[in-house]
Write a protein that binds this ligand. Structure first.
Ligand code: PHE
Length: 504
């Protein structure tokens, strides 16, 4: 079977940026920034971008491009006994992250419709937790399915299926070429609108004013650094096997380094700019309600679904349009990331089992929808919080670390270095290779170690300990087992080494 290829490098860039820009850029980034010392958070954030984000993105692009394959195939070609790592990353993103990610996009669909008549009324907090989610008392009390969420999530899965089931150039590439420019323009409108509100300045001050103390001293100062690394991995979609799959469809002569830099700059720039819309609006809200700004925002999901609707209800004019615009932006951003998750797994299954794309995508979307049911229950938000916490650090950062060790040490960076250099205008490889060998793994080991210590010392959140440990670590172990099981199936797809130089 002929391997698909993006129609143009711009098409690839749109898809990669589409994967990177997602729900995480809007609510997660703003909240992280705010709770971790405002403007000072940008320091660890950019530190993480430079020391882990960009080098790993080059690694993933380079690997996918060089080996012309999904994560399992690329790692198999590095050395057959590493194939499981590729499966691990695509399994836990498809059957872990996507299960709840699709539900959050579903909430956005619900809220988009609620915007028509500002259904959340004057108390969006009660509305979100009690009327909309009907949150149960704890993770161990499922409380049944919330039907409105089931319908909206089914709709999200239908759209995902609709975009993915065709060939990448006609499905994903086309969709992202429309979604991404639209997303940027609409976000621009939101930013300008928010900044024009009275009191916006106060919000911006809270967003940008650095609290340096939080970075280097205080009780949990390292938490800020862990959050910054977690955010960079999540936002650039690193460690998911997605960027490997996307790069495998690239033209032979694509400039990998340039692509990686563009993807990260546009993604992180987008987060930064979108932050102005969020905080401008919150500043306005603080001015209107007389609340101190730091009481306006409470927690991640609350920011988009509580604080923002509240701010919208206070707007002087165009409330409904503003609400629809905001949730539409979230839906676009979420969908373009969701399709990339499905693609990472689909690409792997096509490579290994030579599966037919249409049928495969249909099955994946059905399983995905079934798995999302856990998060549509009345206890869904608890599970979402726990799974998100565990998958981000132990899932992504762990994969990133192994990638560095395998490529930097076991497999030797020499071949990939040459590959990257051959395609770039400058010689990046000495700098890049050293960061992959030394800097990135060192930083990631520290981050992982700190997080592990923290989680052992006190279990995450106020949940019953068993629930947290059970679901959190069980997810990781199951994905590992699944990864190993997939490895044992024989390769049905084409498995030839791309070029002889690969030996080595
Ligand atoms: N990068 C996406 C975001 O910031 C998150 C994502 C997660 C993308 C999983 C793909 C897969 O929201």
């Amino acid at each position: 079977m002929e391997r698909s290829q993006w129609k143009s490098n711009i098409g690839f860039l749109a898809a990669a940026i589409g994967s990177a820009i997602g729900l995480g850029n809007i609510w997660r980034f703003s909240y992280m920034c705010y709770s971790n010392g405002g403007g000072a958070f940008l320091v660890p954030y950019f530190f993480a971008l430079l020391t882990a984000g960009i080098p790993l993105l080059i690694l993933e692009f380079g690997l996918g491009h060089r080996k012309r394959g999904s994560a399992p195939k690329a790692f198999h070609l590095v050395a057959p006994h590493w194939e499981w790592l590729g499966w691990y990353s695509v399994v836990f993103v498809m059957f872990g992250i996507m299960f709840y990610y699709s539900v959050i996009i579903g909430w956005c669909v619900n809220y988009f419709i609620f915007s028509f008549d500002l259904k959340w009324g004057s108390d969006p907090e009660t509305f979100f937790f009690q009327d909309f989610l009907q949150l149960s008392n704890g993770p161990l009390e499922p409380g049944g399915i919330r039907w409105p969420i089931l319908f909206s999530t089914a709709f999200v899965w239908f759209l995902t299926w609709f975009i993915c089931y065709r060939d990448i150039t006609r499905g994903i590439e086309r969709a992202c070429k429309i979604f991404i420019p639209l997303l940027i323009v609409l976000t621009g409108v939101l930013v300008v609108w928010s900044l024009s509100l009275p009191g916006a300045g106060q919000g911006i001050k809270m967003y940008l004013k650095p609290d340096w103390g939080k970075l280097f001293s205080g009780e949990n100062w390292y938490q800020v650094w862990i959050d910054a690394f977690g955010q960079i991995f999540f936002t650039l979609s690193i460690g998911f096997g997605i960027m490997i799959a996307y790069a495998s469809y690239l033209d032979r002569k694509a400039n990998i380094v340039e692509m990686a830099v563009w993807t990260s700059v546009i993604n992180c720039g987008y987060s930064f700019i979108a932050g102005f819309a969020v905080f401008g609006t919150l500043g306005y809200m603080a001015a209107q309600t007389g609340l101190p700004p730091d009481e306006v925002v409470k927690q991640g999901p609350g920011l988009a679904f509580v604080a923002y609707p509240k701010a919208i209800s206070l707007l002087p004019y165009g409330r409904e349009v503003f609400g629809m615009l905001f949730f539409f932006v979230l839906i676009l951003a979420g969908l373009s990331s969701g399709i990339s998750i499905v693609e990472a797994f689909a690409c792997a299954a096509q490579d290994k089992f030579n599966a037919r794309r249409g049928k495969l995508i249909t099955i994946l979307c059905l399983i995905g929808f079934a798995g999302s049911c856990l998060f549509m229950m009345r206890s869904g938000l608890f599970w979402l919080d726990i799974v998100d916490h565990f998958l981000n650090i132990y899932g992504l950062v762990f994969v990133g670390l192994l990638e560095c060790i395998i490529i930097g040490w076991a497999y030797k960076t020499r071949i990939l270095r040459k590959h990257v250099d051959d395609l770039s205008r400058r010689r990046w490889s000495p700098l890049w290779a050293n960061s992959i060998k030394f800097i990135v793994p060192a930083v990631l080991i520290v981050i992982l170690g700190l997080r592990l210590l923290e989680d052992i010392r006190k279990p995450y959140g106020d949940y019953p300990r068993t629930a947290v440990i059970f679901l959190g670590f069980l997810y990781i172990v199951l994905a590992l087992v699944a990864g190993i099981v997939f490895t044992f199936f024989p390769w049905k797809g084409e498995m030839k080494r791309p070029e002889p130089i690969d030996e080595g």
